[in-house]
Design a protein around this ligand. Structure first.
Ligand code: XUL
Length: 517
């Protein structure tokens, strides 16, 4: 047995996958949902409810309690935890954690008698972490743009983006200068969790680090000028930037209480999207990946560095080397849950029946699905906008309008990539939905392949653990673990129908965004 553990710390919960690289099997899985399992944090969807839709923050101690419960549940599956030979992880991107200088000491003196959260909470210089859904930094984005203009996108892969740490840290330093002054280290969620596992220190990997507006993608170093403009002495507060294929350290003895072996190598953590690129096997030429989670994301390998002229898409580091594209559609699962609840139907109806009762193209009925703020395109005053009489429409028509519109928006905002895609690897909870899979295949006119596990992010982390800590080549792991369970062929006779729908969707979106909201 050659066991490797992968952890996915996402917005709404944490998940784990253990793989055996010796026989190419998935040995165990476990999951924790913040809303259901840690209700004491009052964050049913993974963030602290706030009336201001622009503010989205989470308690990083909830992530630590989630991690502990996850390891407890994993041990309870009976898997030989002590035999795990390497650990890697991935976390929701862009969330920042602000630590005081005593974090290093607290890690050194950590006692297995207490919990991580109880012992590490006093080390927080900021009690909350702004997460990727936060859009409260338009003023700071405008300042970064005024100072750096197009260089920001040319050098960091993205223009100034509200959820990215450069603007988030700038806002914090401006509004809470005393708390900023007590901050010794600023981690991403990914590097923070990695640092906790390996005793206090961990780098930020290129995959997640590229989503900060701070990493210069031409030399893979923190951009001194941008960092220093973002906040005073920021450079000295950032952990080192390192390739994803770095052993960050070895497992802290604290984790022996879950049966793990102290000293087990821990690979640098990355972002959930870079990890899903690995776990779906979508990094092959001609292939792209779509993760249907809290946010829907489209990603693929990027052979030539190019940037999105509209500024919504990003260039991140590909954990396998080189770059990847990433386009994030914030209104993913939460929009689907909203429409399902509003229609008062079951998931069976939503996922299968609604699309049997309605024709492809939905008689022209579309919906701009902005139930919350949106990143692609940027929408700060969210309001769902159907192009038909929503209240008079059937539940089936509303559901098809949402699903087709979500797929059309992904198609529209990935045209700039100009990469011919004949295969899309799907992952995430909603990849189980047969109707949505067919819609995606038809809208993109590409074959859709779905893996046996919906959790490609944790699988990608486990594969990275095997590759970084166990020196097993990634292509070998991809061949063993990224098999396809379901293949959906595009219906070629619907190409024209969805070409027309794409033009209609573009007009609807342009019309809405040119109107003041
Ligand atoms: C990507 C993004 C989201 C989060 C969700 O830019 O903001 O996909 O990573 O976890």
């Amino acid at each position: 047995m050659n066991l490797y553990l992968g952890i996915d710390a996402s917005t709404q919960g944490v998940k784990a996958v253990v793989i055996d690289s010796a026989d190419g099997t998935l040995k165990a899985e476990a999951a924790v949902n913040f809303g259901a399992d840690l209700p004491q944090y009052g964050a049913p969807s993974g963030f602290i409810p706030c009336d201001d839709p622009l503010v989205r923050q989470a308690d990083p101690m909830m992530w630590l309690d989630g991690l502990e419960l996850l390891l407890e549940r994993l041990a309870a599956t009976g898997i030989p935890m002590a035999a795990i030979r390497g650990i890697a992880g991935a976390a929701q991107q862009h969330a920042t954690v602000y630590l005081k200088a005593d974090f290093a000491d607290a890690m050194r003196t950590l006692s297995p008698e207490g919990s991580l959260s109880a012992q590490l909470r006093p080390c927080l210089a900021r009690p909350v972490s702004p997460i990727w859904m936060d859009r409260s930094t338009s003023a700071e984005c405008a300042e970064l743009t005024a100072r750096f203009g197009g260089r920001l996108q040319q050098d960091t892969g993205s223009p100034a983006i509200e959820r990215f740490p450069a603007a988030q840290i700038r806002r914090f330093a401006k509004h809470e200068p005393e708390a900023y002054a007590t901050t010794a280290v600023i981690h991403l969620a990914s590097s923070f969790l990695c640092a906790v596992l390996c005793g206090g220190n961990a780098p930020i990997d290129y995959g997640d680090g590229a989503g900060m507006n701070l990493l210069n993608l031409h030399n893979m170093l923190w951009d001194k000028e941008i960092a220093e403009f973002s906040a005073d002495a920021l450079l000295k507060r950032l952990p080192k930037a390192a390739p994803s294929a770095t052993v960050a350290g070895s497992l802290h003895p604290y984790f022996a209480k879950f049966g793990l072996t102290a000293g087990t190598p821990v690979a640098a953590w990355t972002g959930d999207n870079p990890s899903s690129l690995i776990g779906t096997g979508a990094g092959m030429p001609g292939c792209a990946g779509i993760s249907l989670g809290t946010s829907d994301t489209f990603f693929g390998r990027m052979d030539d560095f190019k940037t999105d002229p509209q500024g919504c898409g990003h260039v991140f580091g590909n954990p396998a080397g080189g770059f990847m594209s990433l386009i994030c559609f914030s209104n993913g699962s939460l929009a689907r849950e909203h429409v399902k609840d509003e229609c008062g139907v079951s998931w069976e109806f939503f996922d299968e029946e609604a699309c049997r009762q309605t024709p492809p193209g939905n008689n022209g009925c579309l919906l701009l699905p902005y139930y919350g703020t949106e990143s692609t395109p940027l929408v700060l005053s969210p309001k769902p906008q159907p192009n038909f009489d929503w209240n008079a429409a059937t539940a089936a028509c509303r559901i098809r309008a949402l699903l087709e519109s979500q797929a059309l928006s992904m198609r529209l905002h990935t045209l700039w990539l100009q990469e011919p895609v004949d295969c899309i690897r799907l992952t995430g909870g909603a990849s189980k939905a047969a109707a949505f899979r067919q819609i995606i295949a038809d809208v993109f006119q590409a074959r859709v392949e779905v893996a046996p596990t919906t959790n490609a992010c944790a699988l990608g982390a486990a594969m990275r653990a095997a590759s970084v800590c166990g020196a097993i080549p990634l292509p070998e792991l991809t061949a063993a673990f990224c098999q396809t369970a379901v293949t959906v062929q595009p219906q070629r006779d619907l190409a024209a129908c969805y070409r027309d729908a794409l033009a209609r969707y573009r007009t609807l979106e342009e019309g809405a965004n040119s109107k003041p909201t």
